[in-house]
Design a protein around this ligand. Sequence first.
Ligand code: SAM
Length: 288
Amino acid sequence: MTRYLDRVIAGDAPTPDDWNDHLIAFHRAFNDGTASLVSTLRTASGQTSYDVLAARIKALAPTAHSILDVGCGDGALLALLAQTFSPDVALSGVDLCENEIERARKRVPAASLVCGDAARYEMGRGRYDVATAHLSFMSMPGVRAVIEGLRDALRPGGLLVFVVEDPLESDTIVTLMREAIVVVRAQFPRFTPSVPGREPIERDDALRALLADIGLNTHTIERYVLAGACSPAQLWALLQRTYPLGLLDASLHERIREHTINHAPVGSDGLVRVTLSLRLVVAGAGQR
Ligand SMILES: C[S@@+](CC[C@H](N)C(=O)[O-])C[C@H]1O[C@@H](n2cnc3c(N)ncnc32)[C@H](O)[C@@H]1O
C-alpha cells in the first residue's frame, strides 16, 4: 500500500505529495490507462468522450496551431487531435506518470511530451491556442496552480476546453464506489479517500468561482452522458481502476467484489448497464 492509503486508512490527512506518489504507483500497477476503459462507453450518437472533446475543440478553434493536453495519460486525446488537426498542429502533453508518458510517446511520436506534475511544470507564456484536459483536473491537488499556468500559457484569445466528471449519485461507478467504501470501512472505519487540498470542482459553482478567481470566464458547461454495457468482470476492472481502491490489498478487493459487483444488476444478455456523466467546460480570458 502507499503512504496515501496508509494515512487515509488511519484517518490522517494525506499530503498532495502522498497523493501524487499514490498516482504514480497506481499507474505502474495498472498499465492499461483510462482510455481503454472510457473508450468502451459512448454517447447516444456513438461518440467516445475523446471524440466529443476533439470535435468541440475543432469547432471552437478550427485553425489552432498549438494545443497542450494536461494529464494526457496514454495520449488517446492527442492522437485524435493529431488526426483532427493534421497536418499543421503542434501537440504537447504533460503527465505525472512516466508509464503513461511512455505509452503516449509510442502513440503520438510527433507530440512534445513531458513527465511531471503539471502544477509545477513551466508551461511558458502565450504559447498555445488551446489548452485541454480530459478527466485529469479532478485528480490534481494543485488544480488551481495548473489552471493559473494554463491561463498564462494561452495566447490572447486562446481557450481552455476540458472535460471533468459530473459525479451523479445515479452513475454506475459513483454508486459502486459508495458501496465499496462501505465495505472498506467495515475493516477501516476512518477510510475517507479524497484528493488532498483540491477545490470542490465537482460542483459547477465552485468550478466557475475558481476559473473566475484565476481570471478566466466560463463560457459554457455542457453535460453529456456516456453509456455502455459490460460483463461483471469488466465492471470489476473498471471499479478496481479507481484511484482510491486500486492499490488496496487482495483480500479487501475480494470482499469489495463480493459485496458490489456480485450484486450488480445483470441483464438477460449477461451484461451490466453502465453510465458515466461528464461536463465539457469552455473557458477563456475576456469575452468570446
Ligand atoms: C483519469 S487519467 C486520464 C488520462 C487521459 N487524459 C485520458 O482521459 O485518457 C488522469 C491522468 O492525469 C494525470 N495526472 C494526475 N495528476 C497530475 C498532475 N499533477 N500533473 C500531471 N498529470 C497528472 C494522471 O497521471 C493520469 O494519467
